[in-house]
Design a protein around this ligand. Structure first.
Ligand code: ADP
Ligand code: MG
Length: 618
C-alpha cells in the first residue's frame, strides 16, 4: 500500500531548492519538474528536443563511462561492457537471477548465493546500486544543465511490485548520485497523478494502469480514497515489451530476406543495424500504414497489418495478465473507473485498440505514454515541496530507522519520510555455530556505517537454542506508532524466544541536527558506499570461506588430491586478500574459489552448503 501527501517540514534539505521527479526506467529514464510560474509538470528537454535517456551504460577501455544514446550504440558490438536493464538487478541475488541470466549479455557474477548480485566488467565489479546511480548522475547533470541550477532533491518512481530491498536499493542509488531522495513512489501512482487522479479530496476511484515499456509489462489496479493510493493488485510479465516487438520484426525479416543465421551471429554490426531498423519500423507504423527502407542495399518493408499479425500473440498475453489482475483484486471490468496507458509501447495502435476493447471504455492516453510516470513524479515532488496547499499533510519519520548488521553496517527497516504509523520486519540469522544470543542495536540516520548514525537502543535476544550458523530465523520488527514511539521486537521463529524494547527516536533531537545528518549523508555518500561495498565483500568472503572449509572437512575423501590442493590454495589466497585487498580483488578471489569448488560441490550437492548461505547475519 502506498500513501501520498506528506509534510516534509522536517527531514528535508534547503526548502527553497527545486525538487525533480525521476522515472528511472528499465529501458529509458527521464526527469520532470513543475515550474513555479506555470504550475504545470513538464519533462526536461535537451536543445535537440530529446527527453528520454536510454538506461544503458557503456564502460570504455580508458575507464570512460557513457550513459544514454551514445552507450546504446555499443549494445551489440560490445555486449560485455555495455550494461542495460540494470533495474532488473536491483535488490536481487544471483539465485534470483539464475533462471533468466541468459537474458543478459554481460557478466553477472555467479556466486551461487543469496548475496546481492554484482556485474563484472573487466576486473571491476559493480553493484546494481552503483549502476543505477550512474544513470541517475547523468540525469542530474543533464537536469542541472537545462535548469541552470543545482538539483539536489528528487522523487524517484519504482514499479508497484518492488519489494522493500528494491526500494531501498533505489534510494541508495539516488544518494550515491548526490540526490536527497525525498520519496520513492509507485509508477502507476505517478501515472494517475499526472492525469490529475488522486488530487481531489472526497474522491474514490478504481483505476487500471496498463504499462507496456521496452522489456516489461505491468498492469496495476489501484484504489484512490481521499487522496490515498492503495495497490489492490499487480500482474504482468517481466519479460514482455516493445523489445519483443522488435525481435518479432527482426525474425520476420531474417526469414523473408533469407539471411543466414550464422552470418548474423558472426556479423554483429549487421544484427545491430537490423535491430535498430526493426525498432524504427515499429515506431513508424504507430502513425503510418507502411514502412519502406533498405538494409545493406536490399529493400525491406513492413505493413501495419503484417506487423499486427506478428505482435498479436504478445498483445493477447498482456490481456491475460489484465484478467488475472482483476481476479486478484476480486473485481470485474465494470468496477474499473479509469484506464491509464503508460509506456512507449502503448503508442502501438493495436495495443490501444485491444486494451480499449478489453476494458470497454475510453482510455487516458492524451499525455505522452513514455513521459507520464516522470510527469506524475513531478506532481508528487510539488506536493512534497509544500506548494500544493490543499493537500493533506501527514506525520513522517524524519530519519531512517534500522539495526546494525555484520561489519557495523546499517540495515534500514523504516526509511525516512515514511508516514506514521509505520511498520516493517526483516529476518536475520546467526554468524556462529551454536550461537545462543544475538545483540540487536537500533540506530537512526542515513549513513551506511552505524558508527556515523545515532544509537537509540540495544538489547540481547538470548535463549536461542544451539543450531548451526545460518539456521536460526530471527525476525526483527519495527513499529512506529501514532505518537512516534518505536517498538522493536526480536523473535527467533524456530524456538519462539522473543524480546522487545521501546524508544522515542525524536527525543532530544533538534531540527538543525536532523538537517545536519541529512547533509552529511549526501556529502559522504561516495565514501560510505565504498566502505559498505568493502565490508559486504569481506562478509561474503568470510561466509564462503566458512562453508567451503567445513564442506572440505566433511567431504575430503570424495575429492581428488588435486581438488583438495587447489581449493586449499584458493582459500589461502582469499584469506590473504580479505585483509589487504579492495572489494574488486576480493570478489575476484571469491570467483576463483567458486570456480574451483563449483564442479565438485555440484557433484556432491550438499544442501547444507547452499542452506548455510541464506539470510543476513547480525
Ligand atoms: P521503460 O518503461 O521500459 O523504460 P518506455 O516506456 O520508455 O520503457 O518504453 C520503451 C519502448 O517503447 C521501446 O520498446 C520503444 O521502442 C517503444 N516505443 C517508443 N516509441 C514508440 C512508438 N512511437 N511506437 C511503438 N513503440 C514505441
Ligand atoms: Mg516505464
Amino acid at each position: 500500500m502506498a500513501k501520498i501527501g506528506i509534510n516534509i517540514s522536517t527531514g528535508s534539505l534547503q526548502q527553497q531548492d527545486i525538487i525533480v521527479g525521476i522515472d528511472l526506467g528499465t529501458t529509458n529514464s527521464l526527469v520532470s519538474i513543475i515550474y513555479p510560474d506555470t504550475r504545470e509538470p513538464v519533462v526536461l528537454k535537451e536543445y535537440d528536443g530529446s527527453t528520454l535517456v536510454p538506461s544503458v551504460i557503456h564502460f570504455g577501455d580508458s575507464g570512460k563511462v557513457t550513459v544514454g544514446d551514445e552507450a546504446k550504440e555499443y549494445l551489440i558490438t560490445e555486449p560485455f561492457n555495455t550494461i542495460f536493464s540494470a533495474k532488473r538487478l536491483m535488490g536481487k541475488s544471483y539465485n534470483d537471477m539464475r533462471s533468466v541470466s541468459s537474458h543478459f549479455t554481460y557478466k553477472i557474477h555467479d556466486d551461487n548465493s543469496d548475496n546481492l548480485v554484482k556485474v563484472q566488467v573487466g576486473d571491476l565489479f559493480y553493484s546494481p546500486v552503483e549502476l543505477s546511480s550512474l544513470i541517475l548522475k547523468e540525469l542530474k547533470v543533464r537536469a542541472e544543465h537545462i535548469l541552470k541550477t543545482p538539483v539536489k532533491r528528487a522523487v524517484i518512481t519504482v514499479p508497484a511490485y518492488f519489494n522493500d530491498a528494491q526500494r531501498q536499493a533505489t534510494r541508495d542509488a539516488g544518494k550515491l548520485a548526490g540526490l536527497d531522495v525525498l520519496r520513492i513512489i509507485n509508477e502507476p501512482t505517478a501515472a494517475s497523478l499526472a492525469y490529475g487522479l488522486g488530487l481531489k479530496k472526497d474522491e474514490t476511484k478504481t483505476i487500471a494502469v496498463y504499462d507496456l515499456g521496452g522489456g516489461t509489462f505491468d498492469i496495476s489496479i489501484l484504489r484512490i480514497t481521499n487522496g490515498v493510493f492503495e495497490v489492490l493488485s499487480t500482474n504482468g510479465d517481466t519479460y514482455l515489451g516493445g523489445d519483443d516487438f522488435d525481435l518479432a520484426v527482426l525474425s520476420y525479416w531474417v526469414e523473408k530476406l533469407k539471411i543466414d543465421r550464422s552470418l548474423l551471429d558472426a556479423n554483429k554490426n549487421l544484427l545491430q543495424e537490423l535491430r535498430l531498423k526493426a525498432e524504427g519500423a515499429k515506431k513508424e507504423l504507430s502513425s503510418m500504414p507502411d514502412f519502406y527502407s533498405e538494409i545493406s542495399g536490399s529493400p525491406i518493408s513492413l505493413s501495419r497489418s503484417e506487423f499486427e499479425n506478428l505482435i498479436s500473440p504478445l498483445v493477447s498475453r498482456t490481456l491475460t495478465s489484465c484478467k488475472n489482475a482483476l481476479a486478484d483484486a476480486q473485481l470485474s471490468i465494470g468496477d474499473i473507473d479509469e484506464v491509464i496507458m503508460v509506456g512507449g509501447s502503448t503508442r502501438v495502435p493495436l495495443v490501444k485498440e485491444s486494451v480499449e476493447n478489453f476494458f470497454q471504455m475510453k482510455l487516458h492516453d492524451s499525455l505522452n505514454p513514455d513521459e507520464v510516470v516522470a510527469l506524475g513524479a513531478a506532481v508528487q515532488a510539488d506536493i512534497l515541496a509544500g506548494n500544493n496547499k490543499d493537500f493533506l499533510l501527514l506525520d513522517i519519520t524524519p530519519l531512517s530507522l534500522g539495526i546494525e548488521t555484520m561489519g557495523g553496517l546499517m540495515d534500514v527497516l523504516i526509511p525516512r519520510n515514511s508516514k506514521i504509523p509505520a511498520k516493517a520486519g526483516r529476518q536475520y540469522t546467526t554468524q556462529k555455530d551454536g550461537q545462543g544470543s544475538m545483540r540487536i542495536s537500533v540506530y537512526q540516520g542515513e549513513r551506511d556505517l552505524v558508527k556515523d548514525n545515532r544509537k537509540l537502543a540495544e538489547f540481547n535476544l538470548s535463549g536461542i537454542p544451539g543450531m548451526p550458523a545460518g539456521l536460526p530465523k530471527v525476525e526483527v520488527s519495527f513499529l512506529v506508532n501514532a505518537d512516534g514511539i518505536l517498538v522493536v521486537t526480536a523473535k527467533e521463529l524456530r524456538s519462539g524466544v522473543q524480546q522487545a524494547i521501546e524508544v522515542r527516536p525524536q527525543y532530544g533531537l533538534t531540527d538543525a541536527e536532523v538537517e545536519k545528518m541529512l547533509e552529511e549523508s549526501i556529502t559522504y555518500a561516495q565514501s560510505d558506499i565504498q566502505v559498505r561495498a568493502l565490508v559486504e565483500a569481506q562478509t561474503e568472503a568470510e561466509q564462503i570461506l566458512g562453508t567451503t572449509e567445513s564442506f572440505l572437512q566433511k567431504n575430503k575423501s570424495f575429492l581428488s588430491d588435486s581438488e583438495n590442493e587447489t581449493t586449499k590454495q584458493a582459500i589461502l589466497k582469499l584469506k590473504q586478500i580479505i585483509k589487504t585487498g579492495n572489494k574488486d580483488e576480493i570478489h575476484a578471489a571469491i570467483e576463483k574459489l567458486n570456480e574451483i569448488s563449483r564442479p565438485y560441490a555440484e557433484r556432491l550437492m550438499d544442501e547444507a552448503v547452499t542452506d548455510a548461505l541464506k539470510g543476513k547475519r547480525i
